[in-house]
Each structure stands twice: as C-alpha cells, then as structure tokens.
Design a binder for this molecule. Structure first.
Ligand code: FES
Ligand code: FES
Length: 178
C-alpha cells in the first residue's frame, strides 16, 4: 500500500490542521467533529492536558488559545487552525518548574494532580490580567475548576503567594532601573 493510501485509510475523512503548540509549529490530522482536547493529546502527544467530564464542567482540560484560558473539551480541533495553543507543558519548557508550579509545590496545592494542569493554565492567564487579586477573587476564578483532593485552600495560598512574589520582583526591578 502506498504511503498516501495508508495515510488516507488511517485518517478517514480527517483533515490536516496546523497550529502553534507551546511556541512550536505543529500539524496533524483530525476528524471534523474531533475535540481539541483529543487532538492535542492523541495526535500531537501533549498529554499534560487532562480530560474529565468532557462537557465543560470540571476544568481539567483547560489550556490557552491565543493567550486566553479555554476548555479544550468545548472546542473542536478545527477551530484551533492557525492559532496559538499553550498547554501545561509550555509552562516548563526547559524541564524546570515555572514560578507558578513552584508555588503549587511549596504549598502542597496538589494531591492526585488530575485537576492541576487545567488549574495552572487558568491561573497563568488570570494572573496576567489580575496581578494583585484578593483571596475572594482567586476563589471565584477557581470556581470554574473541580478539585476533589485539596479543599482548594492550598491552591488559593499558592496563587496569592506567586502573585505577591511577582509584584515584589517587578517593584525591585523598577527601583533598579530608577
Ligand atoms: S473535561 Fe473539559 S471541562 Fe471537564
Ligand atoms: S489534586 Fe486531585 S483532583 Fe485536584
């Protein structure tokens, strides 16, 4: 069987889409009705994004599309054509933990970790928009995520901690450059 025929058999009515995943140009085949979450995991191999409820409730599948947190189980893969998609893998490109992840580690803000990738992606987006959130605001933001292990308190503490550290670093830089 020719390579082309083999590809067509494996992919059926699939179409090829291209996007930027964690800063790298990627492409792959997806069926017209395939969810972005399945495409990212199974076709592109970015399995850090988890899938729980598959109907927009638990938040486990949250990633960022063009810098904005989005539930990948509520998007079709074809809708991501040409867009910038970031997943939890992109938070630690050099195999080191980013500051948000380090804060989660410090505060023991995860147990089984199933919810964590989605929560991290929401928090990363949120803290860019709201650098000085109150505890109430953080809890409100987290209300879009279900964590059955932690009771949320350590997650809130981690988010407030990293926000405070970022603000302190920004102030120190301002003083340095004054
Ligand atoms: S798997 Fe997408 S919100 Fe639950
Ligand atoms: S750490 Fe287990 S569901 Fe959140």
């Amino acid at each position: 069987m020719s390579k082309m025929a083999d590809t067509m058999m494996r992919h059926g009515e699939a179409q090829r889409i291209a996007l930027t995943l964690n800063g790298r140009e990627r492409s792959g085949f997806c069926e017209p009705r395939e969810l972005l979450s399945d495409f990212i995991r199974h076709e592109l191999g970015a399995t850090g994004t988890h899938v729980g409820c598959e109907h927009g409730v638990c938040g486990a599948c949250t990633l960022q599309v063009d810098g904005v947190a989005a539930r990948s189980c509520l998007m079709l893969a074809v809708q991501a054509e040409g867009r910038h998609v970031d997943t939890v893998e992109g938070l630690a490109p050099d195999q080191t933990l980013g500051d948000l992840q380090q804060a989660f580690q410090r505060h023991h803000a995860l147990q089984c970790g199933f919810c964590t990738a989605g929560i991290l992606m929401s928090c990363a987006d949120y803290l860019r928009r709201v650098p000085d959130p109150s505890e109430e605001q953080v809890r409100e933001m987290l209300s879009g995520h279900i964590c059955r292990c932690t009771g949320y308190t350590p997650i809130v503490a981690a988010v407030l901690d990293v926000a405070a550290r970022r603000r302190a670093e920004a102030s120190a830089k301002e003083v340095e450059h004054a």
